[in-house]
Design a protein around this ligand. Sequence first.
Ligand code: FES
Ligand SMILES: [Fe+2]
Length: 456
Amino acid sequence: MAIVDRKWAALPVPYAMEVPDRVRKERYYDADFYRLELEQLWPRVWQMACRLEEIPQPRDFVEYDFSDQSIIVLRTDDMGVAAFQNACRHRGVRVVDGRGRCDSGFTCPFHGWCYGLDGKNTYVARRKTFAAHNLEPGDIDLVPVRCEVWGGCAWINLDDGAPPLRQCLEPAATILDAWKVESLRTEWWYACRLPVNWKLAVEAFIEAYHVVETHPQLVIPTRYGRRDDAPFDPRAFVAADIQYLRTMSEGMAGMVHADDVRIAEELQDRDLELPDDAALAIATWTRTLNDAVTRWHRERGADMPDLNELDAQGYNLEFFHCFPHYFVLPMYSSASSYRFRPLGAEETLMEIWSLTRFPEGTERPPPTPPDPWECDDPRWPPIPAQDFSNLPRQQRGLHARGFEYMRLSEQMEGHVANFERTVDGFLAGLPYEKLLPALETVNVYPFDRPILDLGF
Ligand code: FES
Ligand SMILES: [Fe+2]
């Protein structure tokens, strides 16, 4: 819907989210819609460009690319992070390729123009052969890109007018800070090339409605201690909870870290006395497990928050969306993390990290980007393999002539609607003061969310 005020006019959005619980199929393959996203969305959002542990030393750099853009992300000598557009000011060659360390700056491989660590041009070969207007000071420096740090990652934004990073990540940023997300390190990092639109890929992971059909192993009947009308059995409840933790640990290859599963199993072996009352028993078990996990990680010297203190503050530490393309899924001490990047209207790179805590001072090799596997690669752990098996079928199904739009459950798939409508806010070119409340609505736990008023 077009909202016009004195300062700005909304741009028309094709295939817009006019009915919040219906998503037009063209949003997932139409070339013009995709082009509009590349023009109006991606250059205006904070993108997770790299994990800081990829550039641990001064002068380490990585190349971050999305669509046809490439950005150099550099660890500066004062341990800050700087970013530049990766295009030589002479004839546009990408100055760096991949990652590495630059001792004194960057040298373009074509004609040898040089740039310092601050991006300033330091050398033009055969300088005298250029007219002065092509050597204007400042004009031949690498173009700087906004870069900020949060959550153990460096983030970039191509829009100088965008609000600061943290403001765009709330409320997820505050909660994940309390959980000390910045202390996590990579245990492994995988990538998948998915033959689907990036939003379709994201949306396979932001609702729990699919769990029963797609991941039946996660439906554990006695998890809440009851089967049919039988009385609550604390032992059965603990056994079921541990089975769930194990299934998540093995199924996601570490979303619940094996260390934390082992801590839970040891508690079970100690035959904890639990009250007969279901609510009390569940609360006691949760508190005891939280304590045991907190203690174990602290005793080995890891920077570990007090999980019960976070519980007491009402923090739900399970899943956070950082609009548009980054996710953290904390479970006890550790987390899975996702990043999605479009490779084309119907192709997406999805990366998955398993993140955990190591004793402070542990030397870890900088993680390096994985070669993407196809979505049907047998090496995928069972849970993502199940999600990946649906996605290509869905992308193909969307093209059916008789299919016009998705029909969302307003109670279980509201986050999909809120996410898509926030995308529309960017496509319409809304000013940031209108977009920030929408971001606060989507940077949250996404499961079973209602459709909310975004204010536009
Ligand atoms: S394109 Fe870089 S020096 Fe010529
Ligand atoms: Fe899933």
